[in-house]
Each structure stands twice: as structure tokens, then as C-alpha cells.
Ligand binder design. Structure first.
Ligand code: TUI
Length: 312
């Protein structure tokens, strides 16, 4: 069965679970446009997550999901809220969903973890998940080391559940490429940052629109928590501290609250502007519906016009 059919959505596109940004407004807009909107629980209390889920239900009657960051200290409570509120799809990041599988599967929830490697894809398949999102290092936020181009076909070969490709997908060419690699769907985060419905500070959106292909970098490798964001004063200071072998405490102090600083205050110099390498492709702020429909129209054109004659 196709992933769109499995989840009762029109287009096989998930919106990435971007902490502090993927709130009810954005998730509902994506679901209303025929994709799978996803509320990010990252940084939320259980009550706040419940509130966002209820708000999303008032904004759309289409399916939507919730993303849980498995490093969150309150993950147990968040996992319960998802069940209590009748959410149909959960995506997980930054860890193994093993402790929650029984609870979620008993509640009939579709569980779709994000994985950065073949090893983890195989591990979560064993747990009985419904699909995996293979996320390449081109993505924004917490990343692995393998590129989407290399990761997706290897995960496709290693598992027998559907694979969704993520990382570096921002238009119809990216969608077509993901399908060529064997994916059955795509997850897109960065492209949705530059949309009217995205509830982040205008400065954040402008930083994404203005960034070029070379403007992101990864901090946090030295403490085993690599995070991709747009180069600025904060990230350069962070890298300098890392090169001086600064302590975890010192690094965490610099990073603390930095995502909120960028998302809420619009401080794109001292805050953390998490975004993927595809930001250079984004030149305007548009609507969620336009992003989704143009992506799939373009993907169909790309497939039709592929220069397959040159293959022989
Ligand atoms: O989770 C993400 N991306 C994120 S989470 C996030 S929140 C944050 N905020 C501030 C600092 C740091 C993080 C921002 N972006 N993507 C999914 C993802 N999951 N990428 C990599 C992984 C992953 C890593 C390890 C998944 C599983 C995993 O398992 C480890 C193990 O051995 O179980």
C-alpha cells in the first residue's frame, strides 16, 4: 500500500517536526494542503502539547502527526498525551522509540522513526514500526553523517517497510530524485520555513531566504550532538569554543535557549537558525499550499522529461 493511502493523505509529503516552529498553524496548513502536518513536541510540556494538538484539530479535519524528540526528559508524559488525544501518526527523532512501541501500537498509532543510518533503520524495523524516514545530513537540526543520496537507497535495500526520504529536498526535482532512490515519500522541513503560515519570526524566514548553499554548518560534533544551522555569530563562537576543546557545560550554556532566541525574538545573529543545506534554493516566502502543489506538479514534469535516451 502507498504511504499516502496508509495515512489517508493526498500527497506523500511529511512536514518535518521542527521544534518550536512546527506548531498547530503550520501542521494544519500542511494537512489542509494534502500533506501530513506534524506538530513538534520538542521543548514542550505535556500540557502545551495537548493544547497544540487540540488547536490543530480545530484548524483541520485531515490527519496530522506529532514528532517526539526522544532525548526530551519528559518523553514519557508526551508519549501518553499522544495516546490520550487520539493522534494517528507519531514520528520520532534523536533516539529509539522502543520504550513506547507497545503503548503506541496498542492504541493503533502509526509509528515512523527518523533514522540517520542503515543500522538504526534495521533496528527500528525489528521493533515493528510502520515506515522509516531516512534523513540525510543535508537536513537542518540534529543530523547524522550520511548524505540523503547515499543513505536512502541503502535503507531501501535493508528494510522491507516503506522509506520516506528527508534532507535536501526543496522542490519537484528533489521529490523525483527521492522516488528514483526508492523512497515512497518525502519529508520536508526547510522549505516550509519560508511560508506565510510558518509561525516563526520574520527575521528567521528572511535568514532562510537569504542563505546560500554554503551558509549552513554543523556545531556540536565534539559533544556527540551535531546540529546544522545557518552560519552566524553564535555558530562561529560555538565552533571556536569546540576547537579550543571547551567543556560540555560551556557549550551548552552558549546553546541554551538559542533556538527560542531565533524563532521567537528574531535574533538571527545570537540565536540558532536551524535549517538545511537546501536553503540556497529558497528565494521567496510563499504559501504552504503553493509549496506542496508546485512540488508535485514539478516532480511529475521532471519524471516525464527525464533524458533517459542518454542512458544508452
Ligand atoms: O531529531 C532530529 N532533528 C532535530 S531534533 C532537534 S531539537 C534540538 N534542539 C537543540 C539542540 C539539539 C536538538 C533539532 N533537530 N532529526 C531526526 C534525527 N534523529 N536525526 C538523527 C536522529 C537519530 C539519532 C540517533 C535517531 C536515532 C538515534 O538513535 C541513537 C540510538 O542509538 O538509539
Amino acid at each position: 500500500m502507498s504511504i499516502a493511502r496508509l495515512l489517508n493523505i493526498k500527497y506523500p509529503i511529511f512536514q518535518g517536526g521542527m521544534a518550536q516552529i512546527a506548531l498547530a498553524e503550520l501542521a494544519a496548513a500542511v494537512s489542509n494542503a494534502g500533506g501530513l502536518g506534524i506538530i513538534a513536541a520538542g521543548g514542550f510540556s505535556a500540557d502545551r502539547l495537548r493544547e497544540e494538538i487540540r488547536k490543530c484539530k480545530t484548524l483541520t479535519d485531515k490527519p496530522f502527526g506529532v514528532n517526539i524528540m526522544l532525548m526530551a526528559p519528559n518523553r514519557e508524559e508526551l508519549a501518553d498525551v499522544i495516546v490520550e488525544e487520539g493522534v494517528k501518526v507519531v514520528t520520532t527523532g534523536a533516539g529509539s522509540p522502543a520504550p513506547f512501541m507497545k503503548k503506541w501500537k496498542e492504541a493503533g498509532i502509526k509509528v515512523i522513526p527518523v533514522v540517520p543510518s542503515v543500522k538504526l533503520a534495521k533496528k527500528v524495523e525489528q521493533l515493528g514500526v510502520d515506515a522509516v524516514i531516512a534523513e540525510g545530513t543535508e537536513s537542518g537540526g540534529h543530523v547524522g553523517e550520511t548524505t540523503t543520496m547515499a543513505l536512502v537507497p541503502q535503507v531501501v535495500d535493508a528494510v522491507s517497510i516503506p522509506v520516506i526520504a528527508a534532507g535536501g529536498i526543496g522542490d519537484g526535482r528533489g521529490v523525483a530524485a527521492a522516488f528514483a532512490l526508492g523512497a515512497q515519500g518525502v519529508q520536508v522541513g526547510t522549505r516550509f520555513l519560508a511560508t506565510e503560515e510558518c509561525p516563526t519570526h520574520e527575521n528567521f524566514k528572511k535568514a532562510v531566504v537569504n542563505a546560500s548553499d554554503e551558509d549552513t554548518l554543523v556545531t556540536g560534533r565534539s559533544i556527540g550532538g551535531p546540529v546544522r544551522s545557518i552560519k552566524n555569530k553564535m555558530t562561529l563562537k560555538y565552533l571556536e569554543l569546540e576547537s579550543r576543546k571547551a567543556s560540555r557545560d560551556e557549550l551548552e550554556e552558549l546553546a541554551l535557549g538559542s533556538l527560542r532566541k531565533a524563532v521567537l525574538d528574531g535574533d538571527t545573529e545570537n540565536g540558532s537558525v536551524m535549517a538545511g543545506q537546501i536553503c540556497g534554493l529558497i528565494t521567496e516566502i510563499t504559501t504552504v499550499e503553493k509549496v506542496i502543489t508546485s512540488m508535485f506538479e514539478e516532480a511529475k514534469e521532471v519524471c516525464k522529461n527525464l533524458n533517459v535516451g542518454s542512458l544508452v
